[in-house]
Design a protein. Structure first.
Length: 608
């Protein structure tokens, strides 16, 4: 009888306590976020009706069943996909960071796949020849040094110039959408990022970034975002119920995505961020580091959300390949509490302080963190609080007055509402860099809240500009005096602006670099300039009007011969009637080249 009573008690316990718990667990499993690609296929196919679609994607573009967006589009009877575009690491994710990717024909679909990393970051006119609308579907991880979001920015620039719609199939910010951390990148710390200046941790989705850039940079693109269903700002990737696809070879897990944004800040120095191991960005250290002492120090700093254990590891490739590294492994305890930028800098300063004479930070560290001050503070022995004090005011101002205007998902910060589609104005050209006396066309185009694109008559646009620097007459802007100003346009109570630089075009230096498959020729300038380029007989001629030579170049004219170059014999340069002329003489009759866009540089990539 006692056994039977015990059985009834256990059954009752399972019925009333365990069963509801199981139901709750099963319910959570079913409550997955619906990614933008599925929302688009279910609700927004009319956006691409009778249009030729160009898809910008990679291996992370998948639905909840892990079917790739490329395959879903190619096999869909209502989608006419005619081209694909791949970012860093390629369409399939089989290319290491920084490696050049060639364009090719996809074996599965037979469609051209154009590379948007290496020589060409922005789709060229030829790449867009058979496309009417561009669709972007790539999983980002929330760091301002991760290149995928800038691919989106350059795609939007090309679309603005070609007056082509862009659709973003939105995905979660893998490390959450609430926290914003680190310095707001300055223009003089830009490498790949172009005009898109963000803090280290931006806390936005790709769709939100696209909306912000469309307004803030006067792109004026017909932009549509297929918003996710079920995603909230306080979610990290593990909370979404979505399958994780590693976003690049060294981000294998959501944990590595979370830590990357912080521990990448020990890079650009003689410290190891764990590359070459199975735990990149979780393991950090250096050959001279005592792991036990570092662990004790990191635990004493009481950093919320993480714990540390001593470890020793030997990288299989990269920095310190084959050497024994002492350091720590970072273990995540509570993602919501982690200030990843503070974590990364605490690790860097703790390892610096263990042996200051051995610690070295590279000159290009500012390009990594996006601040002109942090590198020198690291070298001087400053603590993390002193570093944070240099950026907090600018960061808070950007969050309140820029970022928070463009949020698509809640819960929203206090006093902030969801962004609602509105008219967007764009100004072309995207870069207004003139010399005194130089003229350039200028125009405003608009997209109304219904997605209708049009060009207002110049009489309906009110321009405001400092006329001591430049003047605008109808659809033409003219440089008047050297300086920097802003050209502001107003139309139907909407306003936008574009920076204007008027200065003599100065060619400061000419440099070379041999890469795998191509030679890069770089002309360093004092501002961003679009040159005239002509080819013929194995020679490429670059012309820049209103120009002068910088101190590093021979006054008048000169010849530069790169040593042992597989394609470039020499560069002749000089000033002819106020125009800089450079002739790249090659050993190929029909030389192939590309001109990727950089700020304050002209870059010519000559293919071997």
């Amino acid at each position: 009888m006692k056994k039977w009573s015990w059985f009834v008690f256990v059954a009752a316990f399972l019925l009333f306590f365990v069963t509801p718990a199981l139901e709750h667990t099963e319910g959570k499993k079913d409550e997955t976020v619906i990614p933008g690609v599925e929302v688009f296929l279910d609700e927004h196919l009319d956006w691409v009706k009778d249009q030729r679609v160009g898809l910008v994607t990679n291996m992370t573009g998948v639905d909840r069943n892990l079917d790739s967006t490329a395959d879903l589009f190619y096999e869909h009877e209502d989608i006419n996909m005619t081209a694909m575009y791949g970012p860093e690491h390629g369409i399939r994710g089989n290319v290491e960071a920084g490696e050049y990717i060639e364009s090719y024909i996809d074996e599965r679909t037979g469609l051209p796949v154009y590379s948007l990393y290496g020589p060409t970051w922005k789709p060229t006119e030829d790449m867009l020849e058979d496309v009417d609308v561009l669709v972007f579907d790539i999983q980002d991880i929330g760091s301002n040094v991760y290149t995928y979001i800038y691919t989106l920015g350059f795609v939007m620039e090309a679309a603005a110039e070609e007056r082509m719609p862009v659709i973003v199939l939105d995905r979660p910010n893998a490390i959450g959408g609430e926290r914003v951390e680190g310095p707001l990148r300055t223009a003089d710390t830009v490498s790949f990022m172009g005009r898109y200046l963000l803090p280290v941790r931006h806390g936005m989705t790709a769709g939100e970034l696209a909306v912000m850039w469309n307004h803030e940079h006067a792109l004026g693109v017909d932009l549509r975002v297929a918003e996710m269903k079920g995603w909230e700002r306080d979610m990290h990737f593990e909370d979404t119920g979505l399958p994780w696809v590693m976003t690049s070879p060294n981000i294998p897990t959501p944990d590595s995505a979370t830590l990357y944004t912080g521990t990448i800040l020990v890079a650009n120095s003689n410290l190891s961020e764990g590359l070459g191991t199975t735990r990149p960005f979780e393991l950090v250290g250096a050959p001279w580091i005592n792991a036990e002492d570092l662990t004790e120090e990191m635990r004493s700093r009481d950093i919320p959300g993480v714990q540390f254990r001593p470890t020793y590891y030997t990288p299989m490739f990269g920095v310190y390949e084959g050497e024994l590294i002492g350091g720590v492994q970072v273990h995540i305890e509570d993602e919501q509490q982690i200030d990843v930028v503070e974590l990364g800098l605490e690790l860097a300063t703790a390892m610096r302080d263990q042996d200051p004479e051995k610690y070295e930070v590279n000159d290009n560290y500012n390009e990594l963190i996006g601040s002109t001050e942090v590198r020198d503070l690291l070298r001087s022995g400053a603590n993390v609080e002193e570093m944070k004090a240099t950026w907090e005011d600018d960061l808070n101002d950007w969050v309140e007055n820029v970022r928070n205007q463009y949020l698509l998902y809640g819960p929203y910060p206090e006093g902030v509402n969801k962004y609602e589609r509105q008219m967007v104005l764009g100004i072309l050209p995207l870069d207004l860099n003139l010399a005194v006396g130089e003229e350039s066309p200028i125009s405003v185009h608009a997209v109304d809240r219904r997605g209708r694109s049009f060009t207002p008559h110049w009489r309906l646009v009110d321009w405001a500009i400092d006329e001591e620097v430049a003047t605008i007459n109808r659809n033409k802007i003219t440089g008047v005096g050297e300086g920097v100003t802003s050209a502001s346009a107003s139309f139907l109570r909407q306003e936008t602006s574009r920076d204007v630089v008027v200065a003599q075009n100065i060619i400061e230096n000419i440099r070379f670099g041999v890469q795998s498959g191509y030679t890069r020729v770089v002309f360093d300038l004092n501002k961003t300039i679009r040159p005239n380029i002509d080819t013929g007989g194995g020679e490429i001629t670059i012309e820049i009007p209103y120009a002068a030579l910088g101190e590093r170049l021979v006054d008048g004219e000169g010849i530069i011969t790169p040593p042992d170059n597989p394609i470039l014999d020499q560069v002749e340069y000089g000033i002819e009637d106020g125009t800089f002329v450079a002739k790249l003489q090659t050993n190929q009759e029909d030389v192939k080249y590309e001109t990727p866009g950089y700020s304050n540089r002209i870059v010519i990539d000559l293919f071997h």
